[in-house]
Design a protein around this ligand. Structure first.
Ligand code: PEP
Ligand code: MN
Length: 265
């Protein structure tokens, strides 16, 4: 496989421009709300990122929701507004693309296309993202194996797009005490098998706000090249995933813990 270490020994460095990279040897910190909600909310999160030297912001404008009646995102207009505010602050945008028709319209406004867990094996979407010259982060499927995640990455890489990032976000197991089961095992295994950077998502991985920081630190110590977690000015008022979202004080503390842990690794 092209994404395997056997094919390419040197770790892949994903260059987002402006001296911002997702790569082995650095710790990428990505935070932001589950959903982009309003201009006010975007400004608050951007300010939080700037204050804490966080260079990449996450957020969904096209949201995959389990219920069709739940908030499904602000769409392209929300992305344009977000891009205007974030780019002025020098912050890169990580956001989910749900279908092939969105790739082109999103293109001017996104820095990393996120392929969500539910689309992890949407092979048409992966094929099309293989033709794009922007970074792609593929999340592990809800019941996806490590091998299946690598095969999904192979679709994009073999299509010609080598700006690829893998993300462990927890899998569905028999355990119901947590939203998902964050598979920390996947991190060293993915790092050993592939030259691609590996990011860990403790927010979706455990789904419980109070335990997000320790799972984030466990991810760092497991060898992750970056962390993506949810934050919001008032998590209780978030339109989605508030129960697993940190407030800004918690996020600021976690960002500094992540960097300290990484320095000690
Ligand atoms: C998200 O990042 O908000 C999200 C929907 O994640 P996942 O695809 O991992 O469920
Ligand atoms: Mn979410």
């Amino acid at each position: 496989k092209l994404v395997s270490k056997k094919w390419k020994a040197k770790p892949t460095s994903v260059d987002l421009g402006d001296n911002i990279f997702i790569k082995e040897g650095e710790m990428a910190v990505i935070t932001g709300p589950c959903s982009i909600e309003s201009e006010e909310q975007i400004r608050a999160v951007v300010a939080h990122c700037v204050e804490n030297d966080i260079k990449m912001m996450r957020g969904g404008v096209f949201k995959p929701r389990s219920s069709p009646y739940a908030f499904r995102g602000l769409g392209l207009e929300g992305l344009k507004l977000w891009h205007k505010i974030a780019s002025e602050a020098g912050i890169k945008i990580v956001t989910e693309v749900m279908q092939t028709s969105q790739i082109e319209e999103m293109y001017p406004y996104v820095d990393v296309y996120q392929v969500g867990a539910r689309n992890s094996q949407n092979f048409n979407l992966l094929d099309e993202l293989g033709k794009v010259d922007k970074a792609v982060m593929i999340k592990r499927g809800i019941s996806g194996t490590i091998e299946e995640l690598l095969q999904s990455a192979e679709y994009v890489f073999s299509g010609g797009n080598e700006k690829l990032i893998l993300c462990e976000r927890g899998i569905r197991t028999y355990e119901r005490a947590s939203r998902n089961t964050l598979d920390l095992n996947a991190i060293p295994i993915l790092k050993a098998k592939s030259h691609l950077p590996v990011i860990v998502d403790p927010s979706h991985g455990i789904g419980i706000r109070a335990y997000v920081p320790q799972m984030a630190l466990a991810g760092v110590m497991s060898g992750a090249d970056g962390i993506i977690y949810e934050s919001h000015e008032v998590p209780e008022k978030a339109y989605s995933d508030g129960q697993q979202t940190l407030d800004f004080a918690q996020s600021a503390r976690l960002a500094s813990w992540i960097r300290e842990s990484f320095a000690m690794r």
